[in-house]
Design a protein around this ligand. Structure first.
Ligand code: NI
Length: 189
C-alpha cells in the first residue's frame, strides 16, 4: 500500500466529474490498489474520508472511516466504508428543499483544502446505494455527522468542494477555528 499525494484546491481535476467504475473491473489489481491506497492515505493524514479524485484518479470511489479522529474529536466512530459508484439520495419528508429541522450544520475541512474550515449546511439524513469493494450492492442510511461526511465525499465525485457550500462568513483557518469556534458550534443539529 502507498500513501498517495493529495491534490490541493486549484488543481483542475478536483473540479471534474469522475467516471463510473465498470463493476467487472473492480477485481483488477489497479482498482484494488487504488482502494487500498485511499484507505492508507486517509489514515496517514488523519482524514474522515477520501475520494479518488483527491489522489488524481477520476473514478467514483470514496472511503470513509472515523476512529478517534484527532482532526474531528467530536465525530462519532464510523467503521471503514468503501463505496464504489455511490448514488446519494437526501431523505426529506417533503419533496424539494430541506426544512430547517432536516439539516445539520457542521464545520468541515478537506484534505484538498488544507488548513481551512467552514460551516456547511447538510441534509440530516442520507441514503446511499453503492457497491462495496467486492462489487456487492450495499445500502446505507446514515444521519447526523455520518450523513454529512457521506455528502462531502460524494460531492468530490462531481467536482464540488465544501468551500462551494460553506457559508463564506464562517471560513477560517485551523488555528483560528481552534481558538474561536466553540465546541458547541462545531456541529449543530
Ligand atoms: Ni474533502
Amino acid at each position: 500500500m502507498t500513501v498517495r499525494d493529495l491534490a490541493q484546491l486549484g488543481t483542475p481535476l478536483l473540479r471534474q466529474r469522475s467516471a463510473e467504475v465498470e463493476p467487472g473491473a473492480l477485481a483488477s489489481p489497479a482498482l484494488q490498489s487504488l482502494m487500498d491506497d485511499l484507505v492508507e492515505t486517509m489514515r496517514e493524514v488523519g482524514g474522515a474520508g477520501l475520494a479518488a479524485p483527491q489522489v488524481r484518479v477520476l473514478l467514483r470511489v470514496v472511503v470513509i472511516e472515523v476512529a478517534a479522529n484527532e482532526r474531528y474529536p467530536h465525530f462519532p466512530e464510523i467503521p471503514l466504508t468503501i463505496l464504489v459508484n455511490p448514488e446519494l439520495e437526501l431523505v426529506s419528508r417533503e419533496p424539494g428543499a430541506l426544512a430547517d429541522d432536516e439539516v445539520v450544520h457542521l464545520y468541515e475541512g478537506c484534505l484538498s483544502v488544507a488548513g481551512l474550515r467552514g460551516r456547511v449546511r447538510r441534509a440530516r439524513r442520507a441514503r446511499v446505494r453503492a457497491l462495496d469493494r467486492a462489487g456487492r450492492p450495499v445500502t446505507l442510511d446514515w444521519d447526523g455527522v455520518r450523513a454529512a461526511v457521506l455528502q462531502h465525499e460524494i460531492d468530490h465525485l462531481d467536482g464540488v468542494l465544501f468551500v462551494d457550500r460553506a457559508d463564506p462568513r464562517t471560513l477560517c483557518f485551523q488555528r483560528e477555528y481552534d481558538r474561536w469556534v466553540p465546541a458547541a458550534a462545531r456541529y449543530v443539529e
